[in-house]
Write a protein that binds this ligand. Structure first.
Ligand code: 2HA
Ligand code: ZN
Length: 275
């Protein structure tokens, strides 16, 4: 099967383009990865590169040994993915130790996988383990409004979660587990990957202060939808704060508790504090 005709490839390209159209991917900002299913790998095996060199990941992900991922390339622009996916994307294989990868498809003009490969793979390892293999998509975007909030709200999971929940009734239904936040760190390495993947044990979305957001999900739709919902909520909060310093009325802790019953969700009490 032609790699570009695979459903996962077409869905990946559409999601990347949707993110670009949202304004979340200036220049080479953001990155996306997808863990292939076994049948998807088998269908394209004959069209993959052979004998490409193993290269260090920069961290260890033994739980992903032998897995294949479709990833964006470092320095590649999201706006070009739909035009020239073979130059912008790569399929990589992880070795049996979980310390090295090799390129099996794509990057036809040269290049390497995303600079955030350690964070993507460490997040995938956590989520594969905790969701019984269901989560397959990790997405990083430079979401404008969420980034703006990291300059004015305390960088605490409780505050970000509560403020985002209050801005739209569907938020606690879409991310009942809340969102994690980490303070400013150097991107691109193992340290930020460790910090992010630790929060991914609790949450499906992690905000990087003054940088952007990571989301995890089972499908492209669910992962994009989570990013989109959080970013829209951040936009509403910014509109409110631009009009008045204090909200006149909002969704109360007791209102949230009523949602729990109606929607069969559990909202951790640590987010339902009295202000
Ligand atoms: O340039 O978004 O975090 C890609 C990035 C790095
Ligand atoms: Zn980034």
């Amino acid at each position: 099967m032609k790699v570009l005709e695979s459903k996962f490839m077409q869905d990946f390209i559409k999601m990347a383009d949707d993110g670009y159209k949202q304004g979340w991917h200036e220049r080479n900002g953001g990155n996306l990865s997808y863990r292939l299913k076994k049948g998807e790998v088998d269908a394209i095996r004959g069209r993959m590169y052979r004998d490409t060199p193993w290269q260090p990941i920069g961290t260890e992900v033994p739980g992903l040994a032998g897995e294949f991922f479709l990833v964006t390339g470092t320095g590649k622009y999201f706006r070009n993915i739909i035009v020239d996916p073979e130059a912008c994307l790569a399929i990589i294989e992880i070795d049996e130790t979980g310390s090295n990868y090799r390129i099996r498809w794509g990057l036809v003009e040269g290049g390497n996988p995303t600079s955030e490969l350690p964070t993507h793979l460490m997040n995938h390892e956590v989520k594969k383990n905790l969701t019984d293999g269901k989560h397959r998509v990790i997405y990083h975007a430079h979401t404008t409004n969420t980034i703006a909030l990291t300059f004015v709200l305390p960088l605490e999971d409780e505050v970000f979660t509560r403020e985002l929940w209050e801005m739209a009734t569907e938020c606690p239904v879409v991310f009942p587990e809340g969102v994690g936040v980490i303070g400013w760190m150097v991107p691109g390495g193992r340290e930020i990957a460790v910090a992010t993947s630790k929060l991914m044990e609790k949450y499906n979305a992690v905000i990087w202060a003054h940088h952007g957001m990571f989301c995890s999900g089972e499908t492209f739709d669910l992962t994009f939808g989570l990013m989109h919902t959080i970013e829209k909520s951040a936009e509403i909060l910014i509109k409110v704060l631009s009009m008045v310093p204090q909200k006149r009325q909002t969704i109360s802790p007791d209102n949230f508790r009523k949602l729990e019953k109606g929607f069969h969700i559990t909202l951790p009490e640590k987010f339902l504090y009295e202000k």
